[in-house]
Design a protein around this ligand. Structure first.
Ligand SMILES: *Cc1c(COP(=O)(O)O)cnc(C)c1O
Length: 230
């Protein structure tokens, strides 16, 4: 498998959608999802310009953070409160904030190191029982409720769309998320700086971008099928 070719192809596909929809060709940030991928393969991808990396487990992020330099780390998976302390100084963006208790814990550790930590609020737009994220309607009230946590900066929203073979079936969720994102931006709360709408994975990123995503998280299309599960 040729990783450089995969990365180039993803960039091309992203650009094609952006041109088609009249947006700037650099309007989408590609986050390469490196979970279960060995360090030497990741380094190969980094050498070909993949500089934003996403991990969904704290331990893996911490280990790889030590071995791979010159990149920005994204925490994209479920984050347990007792593990916040290990990553609060290492992440460029936490995509998976979805509770007040987690927000307080991030804020507490961020204050300890005097760093304002950028976060996205994860939304469970399809109300899937097995999925993390806040119910769609609770998202804005939740964000309003954490205005006093001075060491968290809410930068936008994240969605993991329901798994499907046909991305058209999840287009309505992407569309609803874009609307929520625009509302938030308009509200312009002082503790927010609404910039990122993180949605779109290997199977659905083109539809997500068509609907307004500006950050995609892609693993399989870059690194191939993972050996282990999620
Ligand atoms: C694994 C994962 C991805 C990437 O999924 P692919 O289908 O391999 O592109 C994106 N986001 C999250 C939260 C993930 O856990």
């Amino acid at each position: 498998m040729d990783i450089k070719q995969n990365i180039d192809l993803i960039h091309q596909r992203i650009k094609d959608v952006l041109l088609k929809t009249g947006r700037r060709p650099d309007d989408v940030t590609l986050v390469g999802v490196t979970k279960n991928i060995p360090v030497d393969i990741i380094n190969h991808a980094v050498s070909h310009g993949l500089l934003e990396l996403g991990e969904n487990r704290v331990q893996e992020l911490v280990e790889k953070h030590e071995l791979i330099s010159g990149v920005r780390w994204h925490m994209i998976g479920r984050l347990q409160r007792n593990k916040v302390k290990y990553i609060v100084d290492k992440v460029a963006l936490i995509h998976s904030l979805d509770s007040l208790s987690l927000a307080r814990e991030i804020n507490r550790h961020a204050e300890r190191i005097q760093r304002v930590v950028p976060v996205l609020v994860q939304v469970n737009a399809a109300n899937e029982e097995t999925k993390a994220g806040l119910p769609f309607e609770e998202t804005i009230p939740f964000i309003e409720s954490i205005y006093n946590l001075k060491f968290i900066k809410v930068m936008g929203l994240m969605l993991i769309a329901p798994l499907t073979d046909d991305p058209e079936t999840v287009r309505p969720y992407f569309r609803a998320m874009k609307q929520l994102f625009d509302n938030l931006k308009e509200n312009d709360y002082p503790h927010t700086d609404i910039k990122y709408l993180s949605m779109g994975m290997t199977n659905d990123f083109e539809v997500a971008i068509e609907e307004g995503s500006n950050m995609v998280r892609i693993g399989t299309a870059i690194f191939g099928k993972r050996e282990k599960g999620e």
